[in-house]
Design a protein around this ligand. Structure first.
Ligand code: ARG
Length: 467
């Protein structure tokens, strides 16, 4: 028997003009219930607001609206208890809920879809879902920021090498490095906050695309669902997925940030660096090499951007070139957003745990900070300040001294004064006061700089904001 032989009765929700049911493969490609059942709570909330509004405007009798409202709560509890039987023949969450509602309350259930379409229904359901996710991500980001602030607080003045090109650049403080991530995740948080604000308009009542002739009250449903206002153009309302794209874009940037710290953790926890020790809770062993402690969580966090950015590109590609208004293409939006949201939340939770547990190796950090001629800039600055050399010349003199130290196999503070004076006769013993790493970081007092006092001020500001 081929798939097309398996003709079934026409769809009970829209099959009036159909003599036979869809091909089994058509059903498989068309149905979204397998994934959009995640929208059940939002779908039921939207329907309850719609029914209440239909009654308030006299479109539906109070008794019907009452039956619908209660019936929807029964459906909700059936779904939450696992008793609900989702049916692929009913395509999606909207028809599954409505059909079951009608089984429970009879006639009244068939009146729920007055002045509404699945096009505005899915638009409102999905917005509500993405809005909830924004709230969850915003909260998770605050937790992650607190974990970084706690790390910074503990080691505000611990010295470590700062890198450019992953080469030792200048000494910085551990607190400063941790607080850099607080700034990054704070920008992420504000992106989700902005997106949430923009998406908080209610598309319900746009109906199929053109609005409706029924005297609905869109302000009432918008308010009931916690939206700031109804959307202003019905065509745009059913065809817009900017809210999902903004969520994915913000998620991608955030996942990129996660990947950057993840990479630092992979490097820092290696035997060659030993800047940090990751706890057993966030590492795994090897089945063959008994000594191994692998930073798997960090590696996976480094990778998560792959799928999150993938989802972003996927949805942009789905939406590109779609003529107004709704097209079934748009059903491909949900799985991408679900997967990205799940992975972002998981990633934020894992990173928060890992940052909370990690132990910085203060002595190793300090030793590393003092190597690699990290105070060469301080030396050049001293030549400018004390000998009034033009910076470019001071840079050259310092470069010569670095080459000299390198050839002697020592670092700058170990160079004898006479050797330095041979390069530039004006150098005095006072120079040694700027060659130490502690002095170096303490001197960088410019706003936003690495000096412990500056870092402590930033920590205090963020502690206050994250209360
Ligand atoms: N399952 C559909 C989706 O996710 C719901 C909207 C369907 N609308 C329609 N006219 N077939 O996009």
């Amino acid at each position: 028997m081929t798939a097309s032989d398996q003709t079934k009765a026409a769809n009970q929700m829209w099959g009036g003009r159909f003599a036979e049911g869809p091909d089994a493969i058509m059903q498989a490609i068309n149905a979204s219930i397998g994934f959009d059942k995640r929208l059940y709570a939002q779908d039921i909330a939207g329907s309850r607001a719609h029914a209440a509004m239909l009654a308030a405007t006299g479109i539906l009798s109070d008794s019907d609206a009452q039956a619908i409202g209660e019936g929807l709560l029964t459906v909700l509890s059936e779904i939450e208890s696992g008793a609900f039987a989702f049916k692929v023949e009913l395509e999606d969450i909207h028809l599954n809920v409505e059909s079951r509602l009608t089984e429970i309350v009879g006639e009244a259930g068939k009146r729920l879809h007055t002045a509404r379409s699945r096009n505005d229904q899915v638009a409102v359901d999905f917005r509500l879902w993405v809005r909830d996710q924004c709230d969850a991500v915003i909260e998770a980001l605050a937790g992650l920021m607190r974990a970084f602030v706690a790390q910074a607080d503990q080691g505000a003045d611990w010295v470590m090498p700062g890198f450019t090109h992953l080469q030792t650049a200048q000494p910085v403080t551990w607190g400063h490095h941790m607080m850099a991530y607080v700034e990054m995740f704070a920008r992420d948080r504000s992106r989700f906050q902005d997106a949430r604000k923009r998406m908080n308009e209610c598309p319900l009542g746009a109906a199929a695309l053109a609005g409706t002739g029924f005297p609905i009250d869109r302000h009432m449903t918008a308010q009931a669902l916690g939206f700031d206002r109804p959307t202003a153009n019905s065509l745009d309302s059913v065809s817009d997925r900017d809210f999902a794209l903004e969520f994915l874009s913000a998620a991608s940037i955030c996942a990129m940030h996660l990947s950057r710290f993840a990479e630092e953790l992979v490097i820092w926890s290696s035997a060659q660096f030993r800047f940090v020790r990751l706890s057993d809770r966030w590492t795994t062993g090897s089945s063959i090499m008994p000594q191994k402690k692998n930073p798997d969580a960090a590696e996976l966090l480094r990778a998560k951007l792959g799928r999150i950015l993938g989802a972003t590109v996927a949805l942009f590609t789905v939406m590109k070139g779609l003529a107004l208004t709704y097209s079934k293409d748009m059903q491909e939006d949900k799985e991408q957003v679900f997967d990205a949201a799940d992975n972002l939340m998981l990633g934020l939770a894992a990173m928060t745990g890992m940052v909370g547990d990690m132990a910085a190796n203060r002595d190793t950090l300090k030793a590393a900070a003092a190597s690699g001629f990290s105070t060469a800039t301080d030396l050049a600055d001293w030549l400018v300040r004390s000998l009034n050399l033009p910076f470019r010349e001071a840079h050259h003199v310092t470069g010569t001294l670095v080459a000299l130290a390198e050839s002697k196999g020592c670092d700058l503070p170990e160079l004898p004064l006479e050797a330095m004076q041979a390069v530039h006769p004006g150098i005095t013993g006072e120079v040694f006061s700027v060659l130490g790493v502690e002095n170096s970081v303490r001197s960088r007092m410019s706003y936003g700089g690495t000096a412990p006092d500056q870092v402590r001020a930033q920590i205090a500001r963020w502690k206050e904001q994250l209360k």
